[in-house]
Design a protein around this ligand. Structure first.
Ligand code: AMP
Length: 354
């Protein structure tokens, strides 16, 4: 992994009053660009050829660079162009997926907002579970041996992108039958996890190391196909239900019962504390915990996204929570730019960039 010192050495060469906020044109780029502009930064978006129009149309980027494929971003000459512009890259879900965590850690020497060491902990299911356990989150029960399945479970295959190709099974026989049908994925490792019935909440947090403060900025529910479609037709389809899939197609806004807020904040705090203990200086900036709230009002967490999540796109002009914290419309994208701005002011950029 590129050492912190190497990245900070590059950052030393940056003109502090000429910083450019840069990101890849996808996922949450629009709010990141708008947030950068609202906080007074120059902004740059890197687009794959053919997608530029979206970013031109909204006119939020001061500069647009086109690439044939996103891997080009890792080429030395391309990175040098970014460094010449004093660019700080803002990672998001597509950014991590297109460039790959390993390549980002080893080949991307452009300074990035946040702690790049977190990518390892997010990408590896085993390490992520260790992190969640250390944070004392309640997790779905996992079954190491399919023969032990004694309730509805969800089987997560590593290659199953975006929840497509997960299977549900209620017992060992059903699991084996479905697994046979999916010979292709049979080879890889998989996780057998209790399917938690309840209501989903995906709270969007922001941790500021400058203020040592955790903020709850917003919350969403993922709108997933085909499972959310099946719900509408379950009565009609009851004899021929298709295998559910969980492909995110959109996001729905949600607020939570106010009496549950302390617990939501507590989960966020524990995730931060555990991250500081496990990979100092820990998680910096935006993150999300994917949870299901059961009828006993317990939160069961099944994933941490250690960066800005797409559900925050609902709140480009602020959320019911961010409005309580800020007098201006504070999206997560803008909150990132604000943190960079405050870090520059206090000469603390190295605290939030790696
Ligand atoms: P994931 O790929 O882990 O983000 O899961 C995709 C989707 O599957 C989630 O957004 C949930 O709707 C659903 N899901 C994942 N794990 C569980 C679980 N243990 N119990 C219930 N639903 C789950």
């Amino acid at each position: 992994m590129l050492h912190r010192k190497e990245i900070h050495h590059i950052l030393d060469g940056y003109a502090r009053d000429e910083i450019t906020i840069a990101t890849i044109g996808s996922h949450t780029a629009l709010q990141i660009l708008k947030g950068a502009r609202d906080e007074g930064f120059k902004s740059l978006v890197i687009c794959k050829r053919g997608t530029e129009e979206v970013y031109r149309q909204f006119g939020l980027a001061d500069e647009l660079l086109t690439v044939e494929n996103f891997e080009q971003v890792l080429e030395k000459s391309f990175q040098e162009q970014l460094i010449k512009r004093n660019a700080i890259l803002i990672p998001h879900g597509s950014f991590v997926e297109y460039l790959s965590p390993v390549r980002i850690e080893n080949e991307l020497f452009v300074p990035m907002f946040g702690n790049r060491a977190v990518l390892d902990w997010e990408a590896d299911r085993g390490k992520e579970r260790e992190w969640m356990e250390r944070a004392e989150l309640r997790l779905p029960v996992e079954f190491n041996d399919p023969a032990d399945i004694d309730r509805l479970v969800m089987v997560k295959f590593p290659g199953a992108k975006g929840g497509r190709g997960y299977i549900l099974a209620s017992n060992h026989d059903e699991f084996e039958q479905k697994r046979k049908k999916l010979e292709l994925r049979d080879k890889g490792e998989f996780t057998i996890q209790e399917y938690v019935v309840g209501t989903r909440f995906y709270p969007h947090y922001f941790y500021s190391p400058l203020k040592d403060k955790l903020e709850l900025l917003s919350m969403d529910i993922r709108y997933e196909s085909n499972i959310d479609g099946i719900a509408r037709l379950s009565y009609i389809l009851r004899d021929s239900l298709p295998e559910p899939s969980f492909v995110v197609t959109g996001n729905l806004p949600v607020v939570i019962r106010e009496s549950l807020l302390p617990r939501v904040l507590e989960m966020g705090r524990r995730v931060i504390t555990a991250s500081q203990e496990m990979f100092s200086p820990g998680l910096i900036g935006p993150f999300c915990i994917e949870t299901v709230c059961t009828e006993d009002l317990a939160f069961i967490a099944f994933e941490i996204s250690a960066r800005i999540v797409a559900g925050t796109n609902l709140y480009i002009s602020g959320s019911p929570y961010s409005q309580l914290l800020y007098d201006v419309p504070m999206s997560t994208g803008r909150r990132i730019a604000r943190e960079v701005k405050e870090a520059i002011k206090g000469d603390l950029l190295k605290e939030v960039v790696y």
